[in-house]
Ligand binder design. Structure first.
Ligand code: XMP
Length: 331
């Protein structure tokens, strides 16, 4: 598509002009915005870009490896993967309040990223002068203050404000003028796989807010496997009328780990294992959302696969709450 090609050429020229022969650091999360920003900046300046991928251990199954395969493997971008899962799990031990967990995860994330950025700044021979962020137009409006600022914080979101100043870096935001749809189209045009670009949103604190109460590695490991089955089957099942997959027919879908045990029976034995809840919603703005009327055949397949394949989970429930009054996430 010519319009997109022109847009990329223009954006690439603008980034080269802005950056000159200096170097850029970007925090890669695996999400759409930072991924597209990374691909675009890499197209413009290649090895002058270093991506920092902080793995907090609360990502989905194989997500860290997929991010590395894509950016380091296929795009040949410079990516530093910081495995900080033990640090995060350590600080989260004993903490069960949702907002306290968010603060710990958000705070550590910034600390780890800052330390890595400072290290890169010191060790690179060329002048590291820029911090790139995948800020998109709706983020610009949201943080613009005034009428759009919510009076009450229902859930604190990741806030990396002030980071460039603290690191002594200038801010590079090549997606600032784009809406989400445009960012996705740009991502595809840059060669990112559509599955990555059209992925459901994933919260910054990751599985940290999808494990109710205290976060433990054992819970995260069980949740990752159950959630992967749910997502696989959403991608497998198609709606017969539209031909679309149920993944594409839902705005966000995921599994929640409930740290309670229920009794079950398997073969001749009694089980006493954990429970998960499936959550799938349809929404246009994430401010209100309806629970998705998934086909029973899909729910049945997911439930039987999770219970048979994930030892340690013996019960699957489906969340039929809309927002409001429920929120999309359980925490
Ligand atoms: P709720 O649960 O408030 O979620 O209905 C609305 C949307 O926001 C996402 N969400 C978060 N995203 N950090 C994020 O980056 C967070 O702490 C956070 N909490 C909720 C949620 O996944 C949904 O898309």
């Amino acid at each position: 598509d010519w319009v997109m090609r022109d847009h990329i050429a223009e954006a690439v020229a603008a980034i080269r002009e802005q950056v000159g022969d200096e170097e850029v650091i970007l925090g890669l999360s695996g999400g759409v915005d930072s991924s597209v920003a990374a691909a675009l900046i890499h197209r413009a300046i290649g090895d002058q870009l270093t991506c920092v991928f902080v793995d907090h251990g609360l990502l989905r199954l194989n997500e860290g490896d997929m991010v590395m395969d894509m950016f380091a493997g296929k795009l040949h971008a410079k990516v530093v993967r910081v495995d900080a899962s033990e640090l995060f799990l350590g600080k989260l031990a004993g903490v069960s309040d949702p907002e306290a967990k968010r603060k710990i995860i958000g705070g550590l994330f910034v600390d780890v990223f800052k330390a890595e950025a400072a290290r890169i700044k010191q060790t690179h021979s060329r002048h590291v002068a820029w911090l790139a962020q995948g800020t998109i137009y709706p983020d610009v409006i949201e943080s613009g203050g005034g009428k759009n600022k919510k009076a009450v914080t229902i859930k604190s979101h990741h806030n990396v404000g002030g980071l460039p100043e603290q690191l002594g870096l200038k801010l590079l935001e090549p997606l600032r003028d784009l809406f989400k749809d445009e960012v996705r189209e740009l991502g595809v045009a840059l060669g990112l796989p559509p599955e990555m670009v059209y992925r459901h949103p994933f919260p910054g604190p990751g599985l940290g807010v999808r494990i109710l109460g205290e976060v433990k590695k054992e819970y995260a490991d069980l949740l990752r496997r159950a959630d992967d089955i749910f997502i696989q089957e959403l991608r497998n099942f198609r709606d017969e009328h539209t031909g679309k997959t149920w993944y594409d027919l839902t705005s966000q879908a995921f599994t929640v780990f409930l740290p309670v045990k229920s009794v079950g029976v398997m073969g001749d034995g009694r089980t006493y294992d954990y429970v998960v809840a499936l959550r799938a919603v349809q929404t246009s703005d994430f401010m209100t959302a309806d629970w998705a009327e998934l086909p029973y055949a899909l729910l049945k397949k997911v439930s039987s696969r999770i219970i048979n394949e994930v030892r340690g989970i013996n019960r699957v429930t489906y969340d039929v709450s809309s927002k409001p009054p429920a929120t999309i996430e359980w925490e």
